[in-house]
Design a protein around this ligand. Structure first.
Ligand code: TYD
Length: 144
């Protein structure tokens, strides 16, 4: 559920000449091994991104520059994070619908991902996502 998504404070090496944040797999700061890094940038004013869910992929999303809102939904409950600091990240477990809104100009949305890009892992239709969640829930009820 959305309650499994969490804001993670990242280490910050402070320096008067500029700060550094490093994320190493071996430190266990985030609960998955990073296989892919990508970032969104040059986002035109007023545009929204996301609008999909992943079946298996785990991600950490960071506002490396500027700010944006991350809206998560598990099909029942919504949760919104306002990201505006490069030393915070939101951990997203699999099975959450995500939308990105209100990008500031020059915003950079940095994403650390547990798997390679795989189109079959995406659910891009909200109704299909809700059906998918209901099916998982029902299957879980049957075995418990
Ligand atoms: P998508 O994840 O749908 O964008 P967003 O959710 O940010 O709106 O990705 C858009 C396209 O970019 C996708 O159809 C293929 C390409 N893409 C890659 O080639 N590799 C990647 O790792 C990602 C995330 C996207």
């Amino acid at each position: 559920t959305v309650y499994d998504s969490t804001l993670i404070q990242l280490p910050k090496v402070f320096n008067e000449k500029g700060n550094i944040t490093a994320i190493n797999n071996w430190e266990g700061i985030i609960p998955f091994t990073i296989d892919r890094v990508y970032y969104l940038y040059d986002i035109p004013g007023g545009e929204d991104r996301g609008g999909h869910a992943h079946k298996e992929l785990e991600q950490l999303i960071i506002a490396a520059s500027g700010s944006f809102d991350l809206m998560l939904s598990d099909g029942t409950t919504n949760k919104t994070f306002n990201l505006s600091r490069p030393y915070y990240g939101v951990y997203m477990p699999p099975g959450l619908w995500r939308e990105l809104h209100n990008f500031s100009s020059g915003a950079i949305c940095l994403v650390l991902a547990s798997e390679k890009y795989e189109e079959t892992d995406y659910i891009r239709d909200k109704e299909e996502f809700k059906r998918y969640k209901r099916n998982i829930e029902n299957a879980f009820k049957e075995i418990s």
